[in-house]
Write a new protein. Structure first.
Length: 320
């Protein structure tokens, strides 16, 4: 019988994964516009170095003492990230107040896409993950599902069945490259992944990117969900399962967590295996792509996530 792979410690430096634009390097005219919109000159800018994108993301501390969280990307020089911020603004504007997320206050869509988002005195979860902070995140995701089923009127989203289809494309190369994982196990995992459309559909807004750098924990221990760039319409439980990948890789026994959460407890165990297999194919394919100079840790992050999902899937399928 194949052995379970050992899960190495999370390889990326917590909170220091992004190489971002700094305030001083934004065009002077744009800085002046942001200061007018904030209502006071900027005294200092605290770059937010978590995440894996190079767009500007800073807490601006103004001379009047106010704080503002601002994101910005150049349409010309950073088109992909400008498009992402544009989509984030559209999604944030549609979120009802019941959703535990910082609110969009204003935005600019010109040569630069700029978002002014509610500043929250909060931090990302500690790593390795703590059980109480994972509970806070899962509580928040249950609130999200309650508030966003069905999706808000006017928020057109792709269905998960079509949006997730590209996640299957790397399986032929993965079978050839990762012979160490065992041909029979890879064949079983691929067969599961190709059934994804049977389980991911639904009528809930699914964030699709829940991980430690996309959530915040406030002073009361409440979790807020951030970075609403690419949600889809799908199964209400999908984000809660994704939130368990990092904690599972850092030693938390997530099977009792699944049994105790209302979005996960009733999910067919085979559906969870299918979702994990889908993630295996995606992460273990993406991690082999070239390392972007603006995101030096993204491939290590993806490889680790893939190995966690493979180990977890193997445990659930009785491979080890």
């Amino acid at each position: 019988m194949a052995r379970s792979p050992s899960i190495a410690p999370y390889p990326a430096p917590h909170g220091r994964t992004a190489r971002r634009l700094e305030w001083a390097f934004l065009p002077p005219g744009l800085r002046a516009w942001i200061e007018r919109t904030c209502g006071s000159p900027v005294a200092s800018a605290i770059s937010q170095t978590s995440g894996f994108t190079p767009g500007f993301a800073s807490v601006l501390v103004c001379e009047d003492g106010s704080r503002h969280f601002v994101k910005a990307a150049s349409v010309k020089a950073q088109r992909m990230f400008a498009d992402s911020y544009r989509e984030e603004a559209r999604k944030l504007a549609a979120l009802p107040p019941e959703v535990p997320a910082p609110r969009l206050l204003w935005h600019l869509d010109d040569d630069w896409v700029v978002l002014g988002i509610e500043y929250v005195a909060a931090r990302t979860p500690e790593r390795p993950w703590r059980a109480d902070e994972l509970d806070a995140v899962l509580d928040a995701l249950e609130q999200v599902a309650d508030a966003l089923t069905p999706p808000p009127a006017g928020l057109d989203l792709d269905p998960a069945e079509s949006d997730f289809a590209p996640l299957l494309e790397g399986w032929p190369a993965l079978r050839d490259r990762r012979t160490d994982l065992g041909a029979a196990r890879l064949e079983e995992a691929e067969a599961l992944a190709r059934r994804y459309a049977e389980v991911v559909g639904g009528d809930t807004v699914v964030h699709t990117d829940v991980r430690s750098d996309n959530v915040l924990i406030d002073a009361d221990g409440r979790a807020l969900v951030c970075d609403w760039n690419w949600p889809v319409r799908g199964a209400a439980w999908f984000d809660s399962l994704a939130a368990l990948i990092g904690p599972r890789g850092e030693g938390i026994d997530v099977e009792p967590v699944i049994a105790g959460r209302r979005l996960l407890a009733g999910v067919d165990p085979e559906a969870i295996d299918i979702a994990l297999a889908l993630y295996v194919g995606y992460f273990l394919t993406q991690c082999e792509l070239p390392v972007p100079p603006t995101s030096p840790h993204i491939r290590d992050h993806q490889r680790w996530q893939g190995e966690v999902c493979w180990d977890w899937l193997g445990e659930r399928r009785g491979w080890w």
